[in-house]
Ligand binder design. Structure first.
Ligand code: HAX
Length: 442
């Protein structure tokens, strides 16, 4: 069965579960809210639902119930590769089913049709100053696609129907996912390769095509596949996923919603951390090593200098995780099994920071999680393959994150989730409830 048909069946079968929970169990209490959660970024409050992925603080991410190694193991692989295609992962994220090779081939073929980017999108990006951050360019590119939104067209048609609205989100979501890699490649070539653009190769899958379009090596095809899959989703509460969900909940179409999500991803505490990690590491070498080999003592000093200057150590810590991020480990394993990369001086330095930073952060005593997150390891791989323009790294994250955000809002519409509108309170209210030992609930 084709992906959209499978999804239709799944959404229709699933809907009664959501309806029953709301109608019969709507008032069942699942959490409580404290003052520090109110002021401290709503940490840990259980108030979002997604079945696309779940993040356990100790274990890390599971996509549709599968750990990262299980996901890589289960999905059909790209031809001649140990890694699955992004298209097979997209099928899996949307449906929860491991696709057959024939189903993957259908999605790959569908993406070929969808991936054509209108010229005005490129023109809009080209009109920006060249010094614009590549995340600005990506956000503009995604927003420019909005003109042809099928969901917006359906809404404006006067025939809007809550039951079928998800189908139009699915159409936009699929177009967006198919087009984002060519847009990202265009940005890379525009900014760093003298505008030397390379056309899409219709024989290649999404990850391989991205490698081809930025003039990369054969080996980089797997880097792209792995990278886009690893960065796809991290349950719903992170800034990019949450923002996309929030904006789409107003029935803003997927282009508006994901553009907003990308703007959140561009924050240094979120997706921009991968750029910050490379920046920190290169500056460390320039300032502390000056021709000598890095040592743990030098790394320790640099970490303390960063902390004493009131800055965060990029790539370390997490709002939910309380152990080393399995996305970090997966990329580290890729480095260790790749000849050349495992002996690369920058990889060795990143490994040394991994041995040093958790101890320093623990001694510093602030971060609840002293372990590395995904961003601590991702830049070194890009660097090794010659993508040394680290202000571009968050764009790569943005290409991958589109998969999770788009799968999520397709299901949001399928299950008819409401417009998001939490309640705010004032500081005097908090002070009053603090004095009373808690807000009296009726
Ligand atoms: N270096 C220094 N201090 C850190 C720290 C780090 N890596 N991580 C946390 N802290 C500090 C916080 O700034 C906070 O300090 P204040 O009390 O002075 O405000 C304190 O430790 C407690 O923070 P926390 O509860 O452990 O962490 P949060 O949930 O508030 O924040 C962050 C989580 C990821 C934002 C945080 O760990 C951080 O800033 N890390 C560095 C940036 C980074 O790597 N971001 C990427 C995270 C993964 C991701 O989203 N990728 O896209």
């Amino acid at each position: 069965m084709a992906l959209k048909e499978t999804l239709k069946q799944k959404i229709e079968e699933f809907r009664p579960r959501t309806t029953k929970l709301v109608k019969e169990f709507g008032k069942v209490i699942i959490d409580q809210v404290t003052i520090d959660q109110c002021i401290g970024g709503a940490r840990d409050i259980r108030s979002l639902v997604t079945d696309i992925s779940y993040l356990d603080p100790q274990e890390g991410i599971r996509f549709r119930g599968k750990t990262i190694p299980e996901t890589f193991e289960a999905l059909p692989k790209a031809p001649g590769s140990d890694y699955p295609t992004v298209e097979s992962f997209w099928y899996f994220l949307l449906t929860g089913d491991v696709p057959t090779q024939a189903q993957v081939d259908e999605v790959v073929a569908e993406f070929k049709v969808r991936q054509v980017v209108p010229q005005y999108v490129f023109d809009a990006i080209r009109a920006l100053p060249k010094e614009s951050h590549p995340m600005v360019m990506l956000s503009v590119g995604i927003l420019a696609l909005q003109k042809d939104s099928k969901f917006a067209g359906f809404y404006n048609s006067g025939k809007f129907n809550k039951m079928t609205a998800w189908e139009y989100v699915y159409e936009d979501a699929s177009d967006l996912v198919a087009r984002i890699a060519p847009i990202a490649a265009f940005i890379y070539n525009l900014k760093y390769r003298g505008d030397k653009q390379i056309a899409v190769d219709p024989k290649l899958d999404m990850g391989a095509n991205f490698a081809h379009m930025i003039g990369q090596s054969e080996q980089y095809k797997d880097v792209a596949r792995m990278y886009f899959i690893l960065h796809s989703d991290h349950e719903s509460g992170n800034v990019s996923a949450h923002t996309t969900h929030l904006v789409h909940s107003a029935l803003s179409d997927p282009y508006y919603a994901y553009c907003a999500g990308l703007c959140g991803l561009a924050g240094p505490l979120h997706g921009l951390a991968n750029q910050e990690v490379l920046d920190w590491t290169i500056k460390f070498q320039e300032k502390y090593c000056k021709g000598v080999e890095p040592t743990k003592e030098l790394v320790t000093k640099a970490l303390w200098d960063t902390l004493n200057a009131g800055q965060v150590v990029p790539g370390y810590g997490h709002a939910v995780l309380r152990k080393t991020d399995p996305r970090y480990m997966s990329q580290r394993e890729f480095c260790l099994k790749t000849p050349g990369l495992k002996d690369d001086p920058l990889f060795k330095l990143v490994a040394m920071i991994f041995e040093t930073a958790p101890g320093v952060l623990t001694e510093h005593g602030k971060a609840k999680n002293p372990w590395p997150n995904v961003d601590a390891q991702s830049g070194v791989i890009q660097w090794y393959y010659g993508l040394r323009e680290w202000d571009y790294y968050t764009v790569l994250f943005g290409v991958g994150r589109a998969l999770g955000c788009m799968a999520n809002i397709t299901w949001d519409r399928g299950l008819g989730y409401a417009i998001e509108r939490p309640k705010s309170v004032t500081t005097p209210m908090l002070e009053k409830w603090a004095a009373e030992g808690g807000r009296k609930l009726a």
